[in-house]
Design a protein around this ligand. Structure first.
Ligand code: FMN
Length: 142
């Protein structure tokens, strides 16, 4: 298994277009067993996704090919022992500035070699998970 996190800059998009993008991504991810979260704030994306190596590679190719964003910067690309977002084929939230910045600017580079050797949960990913858990707890599933 593998997990990838990145940030990117969104191209101008209506709410409907963003919803359609998310629905398409969820459909594809559900089909090939990829899970994760997508955060959007003020024209920026943060995404973390995970799954079997081949599936992650396929989704990553779709993300790279998308014309809906640019300036993609990989924060984490690491082998995983277990999933961190098993229940979400692509959770979505729009965090406030401070939460988005804290996640995007966390020490992802520092997490990479550590994860490769110990296979522990990368520290910045723990922050994503804790933010997402709180977000979802405040908004019961539809
Ligand atoms: C921020 C962002 C996240 C995406 N996440 C996924 C994803 O998790 N799974 C997936 O299959 N495609 C994902 N995509 C790709 C889109 O689902 C879709 O293939 C693509 O946006 C359609 O191509 P186009 O954007 O060039 O019209 C993502 C695209 C963007 C911009």
């Amino acid at each position: 298994m593998r997990g990838i996190a990145y940030t990117s800059e969104a191209c101008p998009m209506t709410t409907d277009e963003l919803t359609a993008l998310l629905e398409g991504a969820r459909r594809f991810n559900a089909r090939i067993g990829v899970t994760g979260v997508l955060f959007h704030h003020s024209g920026r994306f943060f995404q973390y996704f995970e799954g079997a190596d081949d599936a992650v590679r396929e989704v990553y190719a779709r993300i790279l090919a998308s014309t809906r964003h640019h300036s993609l910067r990989v924060l984490l690309d690491t082998p995983l022992r277990e999933r961190h977002f098993a229940d979400w084929h692509m959770g979505f939230c729009e965090p406030p500035e401070n939460a988005f910045q804290a996640i995007a600017n966390d020490d992802w580079a520092g997490a990479m070699p550590l994860t490769r050797t110990t296979m522990q949960r990368p520290e910045p990913l723990a922050l994503v998970l804790s933010y997402w858990s709180r977000w979802i707890a405040d908004r019961p599933a539809k």
